[in-house]
Design a protein around this ligand. Structure first.
Ligand code: A4P
Ligand code: MG
Length: 209
């Protein structure tokens, strides 16, 4: 039986491995444990190799009305991987992993145990009812750009430009909503705006990689 049939995966696999970028976010439950488990699930995906993950950063929740310092904070990370899964199949797998971690879709940009977004899939540009790649908001989100540039300093978003330049633009724009969580659980840098006194990730929450 082919790998495709064995895993019940949908669209035909890509011929050559494609470099894909997945953003991970969690602001409910045991956030770091959830991210770490999700990364292990990514490593187990068929036709997928070379999964590398950033350190998690703690970020203020962005909601439909802007940053909400009263909402539970997120842990965000970015994973790089090589995959021969078709983009729609990869997205379906991401949704499966979200569901396994108790993701409930109640409201757009609402609190969630796990969010997995497909940020880029090689150089491809896709815009259909199921999938938009590059992710339409990744270029303006510090919680995606900061962990991404930390593991891939030369990363580029097709059609948008270098991730380091986009990050500088977002930070220069005045809104800083992310801070890194170092090994000791201390903030590696401060944030502007509300919520400076919010706690860092707890010790048991760390360990995404
Ligand atoms: N969809 C289309 N393209 C994609 C893609 N490239 N990756 C579709 C993932 N999904 C994609 O997603 C809604 C629909 O988008 C799905 O049916 C999928 O097929 P969702 O995950 O159900 O809902 P969502 O995540 O609430 O919506 P959306 O638009 O993906 O939100 P964002 O832009 O991902 O924002 N604040 C902080 N600090 N950290 C965060 O991680 N995340 C969000 C979600 C809001 N605020 C946040 C964070
Ligand atoms: Mg999402």
């Amino acid at each position: 039986m082919s790998v495709r049939l064995a895993h019940g995966i949908g669209d035909p696999p890509a011929h050559d491995p494609i470099a894909a970028v997945v953003a991970l976010g969690a602001n409910l439950g045991a956030r770091a444990e959830t991210l770490a488990a999700a990364v292990e699930e990514l490593r187990l995906l068929p036709l997928t190799t070379d999964v590398r993950v950033s350190e998690p950063i703690e970020t203020v929740a962005v909601t439909l009305t802007g940053e909400d310092a009263d909402a539970p904070r997120y842990l965000n990370a970015v994973a790089l991987l090589q995959t021969r899964l078709a983009p729609t199949t990869l997205l379906r797998e991401l949704h499966r992993i979200e569901a396994e971690h108790g993701r409930v879709r109640r409201e757009k940009w609402g609190d969630r145990t796990l969010d997995l977004d497909l940020i880029t899939y090689g150089d491809e540009r896709i815009d259909d009812e199921r999938l938009t790649v590059p992710h339409p908001r990744a270029h303006e989100r510090e919680f995606v750009l900061a962990p991404w540039v930390a593991i891939d300093p030369d990363a580029v978003i097709p059609g948008r430009g270098r991730v380091d330049a986009l990050l500088a633009g977002v930070r220069g724009g005045g809104t800083r909503d992310a801070r890194s969580v170092d090994e000791a659980g201390h903030d590696a840098r401060s944030v502007d705006g509300a919520g400076q006194d919010a706690p860092s990730a707890s010790a048991e929450e760390r360990g995404t990689q």
